[in-house]
Design a protein around this ligand. Structure first.
Ligand code: ADP
Ligand code: MG
Length: 262
């Protein structure tokens, strides 16, 4: 029996599905953390976020530290469950509502549609760098040899020294781990790619390599959502900015405006 996906995959409007360039649709998204070890304190982080992102776009999340940029990326990856609104991601079959989709469907999306370069590499013990990088491509059906060849090409471009490729990246420097993480995020060719400060611990030379790789991903028609600390990197890759403000700051601002208005 096939699984009933009614209510999970839904066409949103009358646009022709095949020609619709959108990959992500976010409506009224809110995220409030409940701090259970702080007496259930509610921490509103995201409120009323709306945006679409399409193939060939690099949407850059902008805002001060603590504005909720990483939280939004984690919601898009299905890591954090949104507390309000909807997130829909498109695959080749239809739109998938992340807040309602079963766990299996989310895992399938991560394998086939959404790539994620987290801020720090989650090191897998005893697995060599080459295999850490090759894994997402193998999960998408490539053979081990082909995946390792592609991993080697990416590691070389990112200037990770060949003598490190057979070692697990646990003991690598911050910048080396970050480059391994970027290679792992890019290799799968996922149509949607989420990037959380991928250049934060890189020198100028390696930042330029990453900018080149991001631009290639855009030219291939992938849809990128990223956080870039470095202004020059942001300007080199962004096609659009999404400003984020913490709700608490909004409330303080509203209070000040109300006071001024008397
Ligand atoms: N898992 C969590 N539990 C509780 N609070 C969190 C959690 N993740 C993030 N936060 C809080 O959400 C706010 C936004 O964090 P984050 O999204 O990391 O900001 P940014 O990436 O813009 O610097 C911060 O105040 C942070 O402490
Ligand atoms: Mg962050």
């Amino acid at each position: 029996m096939t699984q009933d996906l009614t209510g999970i995959q839904d066409t949103l409007d009358t646009r022709d599905f095949q020609t619709d360039p959108r990959r992500i649709q976010v409506r009224g998204l809110g995220k409030t953390f409940i701090l259970h070890n702080q007496g259930g304190t509610r921490l509103p982080v995201l409120r009323a976020i709306d945006f679409d992102a399409s193939a060939g776009e690099c949407l850059v999340l902008a805002g001060s530290s603590g504005a909720g940029k990483s939280t939004l990326l984690r919601c898009l990856y299905g890591n954090y469950l949104a507390t309000e609104g909807s997130i829909r991601i498109r695959d080749d079959k239809g739109w998938v509502g992340l807040t309602r989709a079963p766990e299996q469907r989310i895992l399938q999306l991560r394998r086939e549609v959404i790539g994620y370069v987290s801020q720090f590499l989650h090191v897998i013990p005893r697995v060599s760098t080459l295999d850490v990088v090759a894994e997402p491509l193998q999960q998408r059906g490539a053979g081990a040899g082909e995946a390792r060849e592609r991993a080697a090409v990416l590691l070389a471009r990112l200037q990770v020294p060949g003598r490190l490729w057979n070692l697990p990246p646990a003991t690598f420097s911050g910048g080396e781990q970050q480059r391994v993480n970027i290679a792992r995020g890019l290799i799968g060719g996922h149509p949607v790619l989420l990037l959380d400060e991928p250049t934060a611990s890189l020198d100028a030379d390696n930042r330029a390599v990453v900018v080149g790789l991001i631009r290639e991903a855009l030219a291939e028609g992938r849809c990128l959502v990223g956080i870039f600390h470095d202004e020059a990197v942001r300007e080199a890759v962004a096609t659009r900015l999404l400003p984020l403000h913490p709700p608490a700051a909004d409330a303080a601002c509203a209070a000040r405006l109300a006071a001024v208005a008397g």
